[in-house]
Design a binder for this molecule. Structure first.
Ligand code: SAH
Length: 358
């Protein structure tokens, strides 16, 4: 049985038409779902008795339920959603510095096939793609949860489980619904898609005209180091990815983010900072340095460590000295297994000190 989140305005309109009900109800139903997801019901008397009966038997109000929830001392809320079609995904709500705003992080797949060695999401491989509706429901849960905390969900990043570019049709359709003026109303400019560097996907995203931001998970300035961390580098290497990021910038005029997860002794040397700076020459992009969140052994069995703060500061200093816009990502929710895929991997909370790095 399809769920309400599986429809957009044209497809729900067509469904109502097939059933012989007034098509104007499509807009009413979807508006109710997107505007107050926690309160949506098929019991609205304005829908009429026969349509209400039809909806009750033929369309599900929801296709996901909250199976587990963890709240960090810093306000980060991590939800584990169980999908009606099987499997579970993580979705995260992070409070913004503004007291009335929040940012969300959604998954695009259940598990992940990329096998990046420092990421927990991929340790059990790929289970399946998420449908557009299942991605939309993560947004709806986050929106609802933010409202409970008197916050408005203002931005959304595709940085949860999965590789968005390998489920791009569903990701694009979900973005259309989440961003669009008829439904989610978030606006493309408040959405960021993060990729391991699937070049054709980057080009398709640029051509889609959705106005979204792009983040590239680079993590190393040279192909040899990167291939150790990100196996997909053997297919799309650094020169190809950087060229695609530059094309994205020139087509969309959106400044891409280069994500770089700092791993002690692997990619955190001054020399590597200089190499990264060289890659960024004449390129309007920002560098986001991510202090590694410990996950235990990666796919290869290697155990990584977060570099010492002075080492990370030195790396950042070199980039800034070369006039590159670079920041540390604030690490959040460390006391609730903040690294991607960790809640699903291991539901028992660990008690790590919460450290906020700016
Ligand atoms: N597949 C996409 C989106 C998911 S990962 C991508 O690769 O971009 C989102 C970001 O979190 C990526 O930059 C990823 O490298 C980073 N990440 C994954 N595991 C991490 C960890 N243990 N510590 C810090 N960052 C991590």
């Amino acid at each position: 049985m399809p769920a309400l989140s599986d429809f957009n305005l044209p497809t729900l309109t067509a469904q109502l038409q097939t059933w012989g009900h007034p098509t104007s109800h499509a807009r009413r139903l979807l508006r109710a779902l997107y505007q107050s997801p926690g309160k949506v019901t098929f019991n609205d008397t304005q829908l009429g008795n026969s349509l209400r009966a039809r909806l009750a038997t033929d369309i599900a109000l929801r296709q996901s339920t909250i199976a587990a929830e963890q709240q960090s001392a810093d306000g980060t809320v991590k939800l584990l959603l169980a999908m009606a079609n099987g499997g579970s995904v993580e979705t995260v709500l992070m409070p913004s510095h503004r007291p009335d705003r929040a940012a969300g992080c959604v998954s695009s797949q259940i598990g992940c096939a990329m096998r990046c060695d420092f990421c927990a999401s991929t340790r059990n491989g790929l289970e399946r793609d998420l449908s557009a509706g299942e991605i939309v429901e993560q947004f709806l849960h986050l929106k609802e949860r933010a409202a409970t905390d008197n916050r408005r969900l203002q931005t959304l990043v595709f940085m949860g489980m999965g590789e968005p570019m390998l489920n791009l049709d569903n990701v694009l359709e979900a973005i259309r619904r989440i961003a669009g003026p008829d439904l989610g109303q978030l606006g493309g400019r408040h959405i960021t898609v993060s990729t391991v560097g699937i070049v054709p996907g980057i080009d398709r995203l640029a051509a889609a005209g959705l106005n979204v931001h792009l983040a590239i998970s680079l993590h190393a300035p040279d192909d040899a180091t990167r291939a150790r961390l990100v196996p997909m580098n053997r297919r799309y290497n650094i020169p190809d990815i950087m060229a695609a990021a530059r094309r994205f910038e020139s087509i969309t005029h959106r400044i891409p983010t280069i994500e770089y997860c700092l791993l002690a002794g692997l990619n955190d040397s001054d020399e590597q900072a200089h190499l990264l700076a060289n890659l960024m020459e004449n390129f309007r992009a920002h560098v986001n340095l991510i202090p590694y969140n410990a996950i235990g052994a990666g796919v290869s069995g290697t155990v990584y460590e977060r570099p010492a703060q002075e080492r990370m500061n030195s790396f950042l200093g070199i980039l800034r000295h070369k006039n590159i816009v670079a920041h540390f990502r604030r690490t959040r929710g460390e006391d609730v297994n903040a690294a991607c895929g960790q809640l699903r991997d291991q539901l028992t909370p660990v008690s790590l000190p919460v450290r906020t790095i700016r």
